[in-house]
Write a protein that binds this ligand. Sequence first.
Ligand code: ADP
Ligand code: MG
Length: 570
Amino acid sequence: QETVAIETLTDGFHLLIDALKLNGINTIYNVPGIPITDLGRYAQGEGIRVLSFRHEQHAGYAAGAAGFLTKKPGVCMTVSAPGFLNGLTALANATTNCWPMILISGSSEREVVDLMQGDYEEMDQLAIAKPLCKAAYRILHAEDIGIGVARAIRAAVTGRPGGVYLDIPGSLLGQAMDAIEGRKSLVKVIDPAPAQLPAPDAVARAIDVLKGAKKPLIILGKGAAYAQADDVVRELVEKSGIPYLPMSMAKGLLPDNHPQSSSAARSLVLKDSDVVVMVGARLNWLLSHGKGKQWGEPYSKKFVQIDIEPKEMDSNVEIAAPLVGDIQSCAQALIDAMGPDWKKPPTGWTDAVRSKVEGNIEKMASRLQGNATPMNYHSALGVVKKVFEDRPDTILVNEGANTLDFARSIVDMSKPRKRLDVGTWGVMGIGMGSAIAAAVETDCPVVAVEGDSAFGFCGMEIETICRYNLPICVVIFNNNGIYRGDDQNRSGSADPATTAFVKDSRYEKMMEAFGGVGVYATSPDDLKRAIFEAIDSRKPTLINAIIDEAAGKESGNIGSLNPQSVVAQA
Ligand code: ADP
Ligand code: MG
């Protein structure tokens, strides 16, 4: 039906759209349905790019990835109850990753929900969202939309970024108000993420600790990538002369072939370093909590930590020199305090790291050769590595178990924020959402290297990729199963093993069903040709890369996290 344009009136739909636009939000990751179908339609009509997904979780993962890439909150929009819960997984994931995101969900009649009288999709969404995100708000009156959106944006990006839930009861959207009053009620968020300078004595303390170091190390995390302080981070590393280790999503902040990169000597630098400077990285499970054998205990380390979140300090071990502030300001303060006569670390240390790096890279290089069929992780990733050397503007999305672990160490990145992966939770299913956000937000070509299991969590979104004609090449490392494809059912019944999939699944035909390009690749040469063609043509492409089903190991590098039974038969 036609909506009559009444010049003097506005309503909840339009106030919400105007509030988002006023604050520079120009993309919404959406799944339509009651009560937000028209909201998406009108937003598209008003010039916002609205991408409709097939499932809310992936729209949400896209919004989170968009937040990481742009430093602006990525917005996901869903229906009530089940749609909201699907989106909430992604909102919690964004919060865990410290990425700014806003989940806007329609909700049912407040009066009915609060009396639990059984509404359509009845759920007290605000209460459920609250413990799982950084902030949660509900807007009940049209005149509060401006403030509500402003609060959501500021909460998402200020301090440690995170996810914000915004509850939009369906009835709010239809509320009308005077158009001039409406315009006046909108709020533009000024300086949403203000610089936060570290205290001078904290800087002096950090410099003291660094001066006492004989074997220093810098660890760059995805917070450093997020901060977009690329030049100053690079200056800190180069001026200090300290070897650095990028966490997976900080790869490329400095090019992985940088002479100070110690990625290929990870075990050595974690174990032998004496002072470690954490830059936007947390001492969580991904770094063995900063203690134990991997860190060379019983020898204790001193940590300097740059983080915008004061509570992060001492989360796992004592931090000798906490630097609370934004990365740009903290790194600049350190550079200034280092002064003109800064002494680089002893060459005994930097040479030892360098020679370990070179030895390991050489050892690895020989394993990446060959054109045998079926492929293994090394031969297939040798090709992907080559592609990223030749096409450094391409974004790599990466998930899976072995597919993730091997790709992280084999494929070098040479530019910042070109790698999106499973993040702090190590969650599977982020692939298609991240790939879509990467293509939409940057217009760069995207290659998503996916384990066949990881792909299964989000595979239907290849229709979304084709619908919006996005320059995404999905490469499925197909080894017929979770971890490996050769496991056996121990009962002897006809069912396949719990971790095995249909053998030789033809995933590429799914892509063809939606008008994309499908490729069945059995050799590294096939794979290489197909990826280059996909990047250069920018056509939605899915490459089914056949990997030896006996390659790889249980849970990849983190098999030790599986509990062990003492009584089960092998
Ligand atoms: P990784 O997994 O790569 O180690 P984490 O996500 O664990 O990275 O850590 C990122 C850290 O960066 C978080 O503790 C977060 O508070 C911090 N952070 C995010 N943005 C900024 C910023 N602009 N300035 C300083 N710290 C930041
Ligand atoms: Mg697999």
